[in-house]
Design a protein around this ligand. Structure first.
Ligand code: MN
Length: 323
């Protein structure tokens, strides 16, 4: 770094120089209604942190006893510019989309939907269902070179599993050690469930080029010195080759990771784009029945988009800054 640049950085911290990622940050989630009958804990995006790698949206739902209740009831709605990952610990969800896909997902399986330029889908707990519902829904932003592609849907009935010390690791997206998920993603990304049957203390090996997030689905854990309980997400900045984890008993963690995502995004409703105009166009296409197609086999009417805000939407980078 030359002297002039150093001086600029000192006078205008964080504007001219690269903004450093924080070492770690505990992000408390907040409750959000999803459809008419489900409340989820939203962990990303967060005011203090918008993304972890390309992961731009993290919802944790349950564990909820849905005996005698409808469970998840999300009518047809559109997506652009992202992939959705659905991962269940308990329960069953029926996915339908505008490609004609119909897929029931059960615990231990992966539904991966790639919206590309546009897709619509619905998600329903079937009438006959198990008592408990518990899972995650994640979004990964598609980079520029993939976001205009055709939509795609993948179901993976079994995922790579590995014993690591006292943990059982399921590799859902990306690579963990020698195991690689068959899921097709478009940026360096990791999504893995780490399950403990009993108390344990060890270090999870991770890619030092990635930033990471750890959330706890059940039980308790101390991760990189921070006590974690369900309802919060721990952000860990790049530069670490391992993450220390201690659990006092049975626990289920979810590890997210990815290379810091450099493209500024506009996220609004179910759309990820790059400009106000793109979001307006996606909304108008959805409301007038263009682009996204109809969700085959779903009798529920499509979800109307909310009105556009009165202010222009601005693209923001992963630090929340506009350019
Ligand atoms: Mn959706």
């Amino acid at each position: 770094m030359d002297a002039e640049r150093f001086l600029d950085q000192a006078v205008y911290p964080g504007t001219l120089a690269e903004i450093a990622e924080p070492d770690n940050l505990l992000l408390p989630g907040h409750d959000v209604p999803l459809g008419r009958f489900t409340v989820v804990r939203r962990l990303l995006p967060h005011r203090q942190r918008r993304m972890i790698g390309a992961w731009c949206f993290v919802d944790h739902f349950g564990p909820d006893d849905v005996t005698g209740r409808p469970g998840m009831q999300v009518p047809p709605h559109p997506h652009t510019g992202l992939q959705t990952v659905t991962w269940l610990v308990d329960g069953v969800i029926e996915h339908r989309d505008s490609l004609g896909s119909y897929q029931t997902i059960e615990p231990g399986q992966l539904n991966l939907m790639t919206s590309g330029h546009g897709i619509a889908h619905s998600e329903y707990t079937p009438t006959e269902h198990p008592a408990m519902m518990h899972g995650l829904q994640l979004w990964a932003a598609l980079p520029e070179d993939a976001r205009h592609d055709q939509a795609r849907f993948e179901h993976h009935a079994t995922m790579p599993l590995r014993r690591l010390d006292k943990a059982t690791v399921t590799v859902i997206v990306g690579q963990f050690g020698p195991d690689r998920s068959p899921a097709r993603v478009h940026s360096p990304l990791l999504g893995a469930e780490v399950r403990y049957a009993d108390a344990a203390e060890h270090r999870l090996p991770v890619d030092p080029g990635f930033e990471h997030g750890v959330l706890i689905m059940s039980g308790a854990a101390t991760v990189a010195g921070t006590d974690l309980a369900p309802g919060s997400l721990l952000y860990l900045g790049p530069g670490r080759g391992e993450i220390p984890v201690a659990v006092p008993g049975p626990a289920r963690l979810f590890l997210l990771g990815g290379a810091p995502f450099d493209e500024p995004l506009v996220m609004w409703w179910n759309f990820v784009g790059r400009s106000h105009e793109e979001i307006v166009a996606a909304r108008e296409d959805w409301m007038s029945g263009r682009r996204f197609g109809a969700v085959t086999g779903c009798t529920a009417g499509p979800l109307p988009a909310p009105a556009m805000p009165t202010v222009r939407l601005k693209a923001r980078d992963r630090h929340g800054d506009t350019r």
